[in-house]
Design a protein around this ligand. Sequence first.
Ligand SMILES: NC(=O)CC[C@H](N)C(=O)O
Length: 318
Amino acid sequence: MTTLASIIVSIAEEMRTASERGAVANYIPPLARVDLDRFGMAVVGMDGATHTVGDAEVPFSVQSVSKVFSLSMALNTMGEELWGRVRQEPSGSAFNSIVQLENEHGIPRNPFINAGAIVIADILVSRYGRENAQTRLLEFLRPLVSDPASIDIDTDVARQERATGFRNMALANYMRTFGNIRNVVEDTLDFYFYQCALTMSCHQLAQVGTYLMTGGRNPLTGERVMSERNAQTILALMMMCGHYDGSGAFAIRVGLPGKSGVGGGILAVAPGVASIAVWSPGLNAKGNSLLGTRALERLVQHTGWSVFRANPWVANPT
Ligand SMILES: NC(=O)CC[C@H](N)C(=O)O
C-alpha cells in the first residue's frame, strides 16, 4: 500500500537528485546565501496527522506567502468593503509590476501582487497602528502552530528589504497619489517589509495553513479564525493569483490553491484534505520555487488531491 509517508520520501529523493534547481533570489544577501540544495516538505491532514521530510524543520523567509495572512486579517476586519481598494482578478504580470496601476487608477488587480499587498498593509496599519499591526500579525499566526514562540521575524531581512525596496516605495508612493495609500508611506511599507521577513519552517507553515483547509477554523483549538466564506475567497484568490503570471500554469500542473514567496516557499491547500508547505530556494523565471512546484505536482499525481479531479477521494493514500 502506498502511504503518504512513502510518497513524500520518494518526492524528496527525486528533488535531492534534481540537477536543474533554479536560482535563489539575490536582491538581498540573506536570501542570496541560502543553500540551493535545501528541500523540505510538510503535510498536515484533517485529523492532524503530520508528515514531514527533508529540511521541513529549517526556518526560511516566507516572503510573499505572508500575503495570505495579511489578507486574512484585513478581510476579517474590513469585510467586503476591502474590494473597493484592491480587486479580485488575475494580473498576468510580474509580482512587482507597476504598469497596470496607472490605467486602473491606483487600484491593484489583486492582493497577492506587491501593489495589492501594500494596500492590505496600509489597511492593517490604519486599523491597528504601525507597531501594533506587527504584534497582531504574530498573534494571528502563533495560535495555529504547536510551537508558537518560534514564529518570528528576521529583523536583518526586514532591514535589508527596507534598504533596497525602491520599487515597493515607488508602488506605494504612486498609489498614494490616487489616495489608495492612506498612511505615511514609510509606516505602511515598514509593516509590509516586516511581514515579508516572517520566518517559518515548512512544518510551521503547513500548520498555519490549516485554517484554510478547514473552512476557517483553527483545528488545534476549534476556534473560528475567519468565516467559511472568507476562507473560500482566499483559496480562490490563491488559485487565480498566488503565483503571479505563473498562476495559470501552476493551477494546471498542481490543481491546488497555492501561494509562493521569493524565499522559495509555497503554501498549498487541498480543501477538507490537507495543508501542505514546501520549500526549495531555487526560483523559476516567474519567481516561484522551481522544485517546490514540481514536488507539489508529484504529490497531487500520487494522491489525487487536485481540486479539479472528478473524484478526489479515490486515490487518497493513508
Ligand atoms: N514575491 C515575493 O516574495 C516578493 C517579496 C519581496 N520582499 C518584495 O516585496 O519584492
